[in-house]
Write a protein that binds this ligand. Structure first.
Ligand code: B12
Ligand code: SF4
Length: 518
């Protein structure tokens, strides 16, 4: 009996950008008595169904975008006589769907780290339960990933999680509802050990797969202090101290390492934090800008963000402190008007963001937006290919609309065209070249151009293009560009790299570093 873990994807590129972390975490959660699980990432190559034998156990992890492919694999694996188990965010939100459409014997809701061993044991005893509650486990129970199983040459970036959950409550995001608003932060020991293991293997680019790397803001601290809420204040201070401790340890790693994370714009007010990020080689961060107007920010419950000139200034602050920004913008918000597109393109240029993504408002299950959208469909449900549009991930890919949300003043096509043109402007060769001006060496500058082009191909055309020819041309381009990128990201392994000791680098401990262990 073998355990197979499958990350579904309709498109395989032969090489991938980021490791799907769940595969390697669940591999760790698989008891040794089962042997090493077979890990299949379909973004690299499609699953070989002939390798699945009767009695095997097949674990499939799905998010909304790859659920349909996951269900196809689930049904086929069940036909092969395997036990089929689903997990991941989409299965957590729609466990019954995996049973109805994916041939599931069992579905795990929530975190898989602890419950997985029990699911496997139940499958061995031919008695899997339909649903398991994996729950939201404490950070101390998060398992490290089995990086010894990673095909090193296939990925550009590895992914390590340092914190789960986010205290905010943006209307388009499901993280705060599924992962919770209380940050569950791993200790620096376990995080750094994984990172050192990855550098030993030759990974020098690592994505910190966190929802929000900055879970405690200066405003949170000030409010707790004003409310004389000592327990909360102490808790917030502890979380913040641990962030600085982790960053101080990252700072001691080889200087060729580069980390990337996701963070809220509020970090711009906290320049000690930005300086610590820079020292820690966290060179880039996705910042959810979402909208450049106050009305747009209100639309998405993100009024803690800045708009207008203040926004430009905040994003430049990241840059001035050595953290390059991937700005994430949403189009199609109810308050957006035709002028919003050009204003956004201008703000992105002025704010000197290194990269940008311009996504269209898409209702994701588990979000406030999704619930509102579903409600508007109650009285007159829209169907495509016999599927209600509120289950849009079940509509065959080719028939899926590009936009779901009726806009008060613009047509879907208008929004799509404007969005496409903002991508085109931001990623024109001329704009990329101008943006790359800050890079000294010609080789690195060309690498920046290459990465910008691959990013644009992988995300823009495939997402919002309407004709399938353009989508497949885009995928072809991305495949072609991925090979040289892969070489660019590789580094010589450092098998003897040691784990750095524990240092405290909180602003209160300034100046200088204070060694407290290790
Ligand atoms: C890192 C990340 C990325 C990275 C890397 C993706 C990768 N290759 O891994 C990048 C930046 C590329 C990315 C892109 C996107 N992402 Co993303 N991403 C994340 C993030 C922050 C962390 C994911 C992660 O690695 N977590 C660590 C692992 C260990 O946790 P996990 O995956 O949840 O797995 C655990 C459980 O779910 C469970 N589990 C998972 N699978 C299985 C399977 C079995 C059998 C079992 C038993 C258990 C189990 O056990 C695991 C261990 O506890 C999540 C947020 C989140 N909190 O999940 C969003 C998230 C998954 N992304 C999201 C989205 C929307 C996207 C994009 C569509 C964004 C965009 N507009 O382009 C793209 C889609 C890319 C694609 N086609 O896959 C949404 C998904 C929402 C949804 N309903 O599907 C999330 C939840 C964020 C959000 N804002 O809501 N993403
Ligand atoms: S969008 Fe970002 S800041 Fe908002 S709730 Fe989600 S993770 Fe948190």
């Amino acid at each position: 009996m073998r355990v197979h873990l499958i990350n579904p994807s309709e498109v395989s590129f032969g090489t991938a950008v980021i490791t799907p972390r769940w595969l390697y975490v669940l591999a760790q959660a698989t008891p040794a008595s089962f042997g090493d699980p077979v890990l299949v990432d379909e973004t690299l190559a499609a699953v070989d169904l002939e390798s699945i034998q009767p009695g095997d156990i097949v674990g499939i992890g799905i998010h909304t975008a790859n659920a349909l492919r996951g269900y196809k694999i689930g049904k086929l694996a069940r036909e092969c006589g395997a036990h089929v188990v689903f997990g991941g965010i989409h299965a957590t939100l729609y466990p019954e769907e995996a049973h109805e459409l994916g041939g599931a014997h069992a579905v795990v809701k929530g975190d898989g780290d602890v419950i997985w061993a029990r699911v496997l044991a139940d499958c061995v005893h031919q008695a899997p339960q339909p649903v398991y509650e994996g729950g939201r486990i404490e950070a101390s129970d998060f398992l490290p990933a089995r990086w010894d199983l990673v095909p090193r040459q296939s990925y550009m970036w590895a992914s390590v999680q340092t914190v789960r959950g986010c205290p905010k409550h943006c209307s388009f995001c499901s993280v705060w509802r599924t992962d919770g608003q209380r940050p569950r932060q791993r200790t620096s020991d376990v995080v750094i050990e994984e990172i050192v293991q990855l550098r030993r293997l030759g990974f020098r680019f690592i994505a910190l797969a966190d929802d929000n790397f900055y879970p405690v803001t200066l405003t949170d601290l000030r409010l707790a202090e004003e409310q004389h809420n000592t327990p909360r204040l102490n808790e917030l201070k502890r979380i913040r101290e641990e962030r600085f401790e982790l960053m101080a340890r990252l700072a001691q790693l080889p200087p060729d390492m580069i980390f990337f994370t996701q963070i809220t714009m509020e970090a711009a007010e906290d320049t000690d934090f930005l300086d610590a990020m820079k020292a820690a080689h966290i060179k880039g961060a996705l910042v959810g800008v979402e909208s450049v107007t106050p009305e747009g920010l209100k639309d998405v419950y993100k009024e803690f963000n800045a708009a207008g000139d203040d926004l430009v200034e905040r994003l430049r602050t990241f840059r001035r402190h050595g953290v390059y920004v991937l700005g994430s913008f949403i189009f199609g918000l109810p308050s957006d008007r035709p002028t919003t597109f050009s204003a956004t393109a201008a703000a992105a240029a002025q704010a000197e963001v290194a990269f940008a993504q311009f996504v269209t408002l898409t209702p994701y299950p588990g979000t406030v937006d999704f619930m509102r959208w579903e409600k508007t469909m109650e009285t007159s449900p829209v169907m495509i290919a016999g599927v209600p549009i509120t289950r849009r991930w079940l509509i065959p890919q080719a028939l899926r609309p590009k936009l779901y949300w009726p806009h008060p003043t613009m047509s879907g096509e208008e929004i799509r065209q404007h969005t496409q043109s903002v991508w085109d402007t931001f990623y024109s060769l001329k704009s990329i070249w101008t943006r790359s001006g800050f890079i000294k060496s010609m080789r690195a500058r060309l690498a920046f151009v290459l990465i910008s082009k691959i990013y644009r191909q992988m995300y823009a055309d495939t997402g919002i293009a309407t004709d399938s020819a353009r989508v497949s041309r885009s995928a072809q381009w991305a495949r072609w560009l991925a090979k040289p990128c892969q070489r660019l990201f590789a580094a010589p392994p450092m098998p003897d790299l040691q784990v750095p000791g524990v240092w405290s680098q909180s602003p209160s401990a300034q100046p200088g570093l204070v060694q407290i262990g290790g």
